[in-house]
Design a protein. Structure first.
Length: 213
């Protein structure tokens, strides 16, 4: 009888451990799925941003065709973004694209007709909207990465993660200088300051009085 009870207890312990491990495994799977779904939100917005670049470049090129180096930099940054294979590479390429777009918009500042072009205005507004969505998607993705990476490094989840080869996700982090949305100011330039009034000329010395006779 005692042997039977011992066997039942051992079986119960094994079943309990198995249930705990299954629960941990399923939790890791759910966390990984959420993280991948969060990344897809960033990926969609990055592709939308890349799709805007050719039209934007062509619009600016119509007014400033001689700015060849700027156009090449933007095109190269777009290619890097499309070829990025990891979150870190995508973040780096996205930051580089932001910097080149700032240069492109700086060129636009010199062409009032371009700044008033409706297609250019629409592209700039759509780009700003995408940047806001990327920022939101980045926060959502990074929160899920933090949760998943914490799970696979803490006990007892770390044992299951090592058994089944769960790998850490990379954060999507842009450097500080790459987080600002590139904007173009369409306000008229401020009027130049009036020059300071000229100092009054020193009055000429009165002529010497003629000598008295």
């Amino acid at each position: 009888m005692t042997a039977v009870i011992a066997i039942v207890v051992i079986v119960a312990i094994i079943v309990l451990i198995a249930l705990v491990l299954v629960g941990i495994y399923n939790g890791l799977i759910r966390s990984r799925v959420r993280t991948r779904e969060a990344w897809s939100g960033i990926d969609v917005q990055l592709k939308r941003r890349a799709d805007l670049i050719p039209n934007l470049v062509e619009t600016v090129k119509g007014y400033a065709a001689h700015e060849r180096q700027t156009f090449e930099n933007v095109t190269r940054a777009r290619a890097m973004l499309q070829q990025a294979g990891t979150a870190a590479e995508a973040a780096q390429a996205n930051n580089f694209l932001t910097q080149t777009l700032r240069s492109l918009f700086a060129v636009a500042e010199n062409y009032p007709e371009l700044k008033a072009n409706q297609n250019f205005l629409d592209l700039q507004n759509e780009l700003s909207d995408i940047e806001e969505k990327i920022a939101y998607a980045r926060q959502f993705y990074n929160r899920n990465v933090t949760d998943f990476n914490t799970r696979i490094q803490t006990f007892p989840s770390v044992m299951v993660a090592n058994m089944f080869g769960f790998k850490r996700f990379e954060f999507f982090e842009a450097p500080e200088e790459g987080r600002e949305v590139p904007e173009v100011s369409f306000a008229p330039p401020p009027a130049p300051a009036a020059p300071p009034p000229a100092s009054p000329a020193t009055p000429p010395e009165p002529p010497d009085s003629p000598p008295e006779p």
